[in-house]
Ligand binder design. Structure first.
Ligand SMILES: Cc1cc2nc3c(=O)[nH]c(=O)nc-3n(C[C@H](O)[C@H](O)[C@H](O)COP(=O)(O)O)c2cc1C
Length: 237
């Protein structure tokens, strides 16, 4: 495997830090290649604006997708975006490693998506989406820590099901760009569990990353299952 880990946590001693180190060690020891973008350590700029580009399509009004398409066609993406795109092209497996913050991605990781997942057919656009997406054939997985207990994130738990909370990431970002989406790897309340339980989670995580090519995936309908209004032709039930 060629695994690209996008790591979004400000503290190396955090459980997220331990997870990324465990993944890198296990994968490397097994002969796989690993590249990590440690977004805080890199000082990655998550703010999406004209600084994404060295080109200008329209100096009067900033329309990001138009600027993206123009920059893709004229080699005008900023160097930090180009570098992240090269890692995405290189990998066959993407891991997003993050703590759940406000039911979503930490801003630095959301900003990474905002800036790096460019239109103009480079990451999406021109009919390249979902199972016809640019990253079709690659796998992606969210690996995350969650402050609350698993029961809170169950079907009838206070927070609601974790699958619904992660839908914008799994479906709206990863499947949208063509990835086959592996079931997320979750660690609940890592700061409130015993050292033995933390070690057990890391052992479970090492096994999961080594098993990524065979790990269970989320089954989404294909483009062909939708009509011209983008509504399922045969909804379940
Ligand atoms: C800004 C912020 C937002 C958070 N939002 C949530 C949340 O929506 N749900 C939740 O269960 N925990 C939430 N937490 C708790 C974190 O998920 C928890 O501290 C983290 O997963 C623990 O892993 P770590 O030790 O690697 O940071 C939040 C924490 C912070 C700092």
């Amino acid at each position: 495997m060629r695994v690209f880990i996008v790591h979004a946590h400000p503290e190396p001693k955090s459980f997220n830090g331990a997870m990324t180190r465990a993944a890198r060690e296990a994968l490397t020891a097994a002969g796989h290649e690993v590249v990590v973008s440690d977004l805080y350590a890199m000082g990655f700029n998550p703010v999406s604006d004209r600084r994404n580009f060295t080109t200008v399509a329209d100096p009067d009004t900033y329309r990001q997708q138009n600027e993206e398409a123009y920059a893709v066609a004229h080699d005008g993406l900023a160097a930090d975006i180009t570098a992240e795109l090269a890692k995405l092209d290189w990998c066959d497996t993407l891991i997003l490693q993050f703590p759940l913050w406000w039911f979503g991605l930490p801003a630095i990781l959301k900003g990474w998506i905002d800036r790096v997942f460019v239109s103009g057919g480079r990451v999406y656009g021109g009919g390249r989406w979902y199972d016809n997406g640019v990253f079709a054939g690659k796998r992606a997985m969210c690996a995350l820590t969650i402050g609350g207990a698993a029961s809170m994130y169950s079907e009838h738990g206070l927070s609601g099901p974790i699958g619904s909370i992660l839908y914008p990431v799994n479906h709206g970002m990863l499947y949208f760009t063509g990835f086959t989406v592996v079931e997320p790897f979750l660690v609940h309340a890592p700061v409130r569990i015993s050292a033995e339980d933390r070690a057990a989670h890391l052992a479970r995580y090492r096994a999961r990353v080594l098993d990524l090519p065979a790990a269970p995936v989320i089954s989404y309908p294909k483009l062909a299952d939708y009509d011209e209004r983008m509504v399922l032709k045969a909804p379940p039930g």
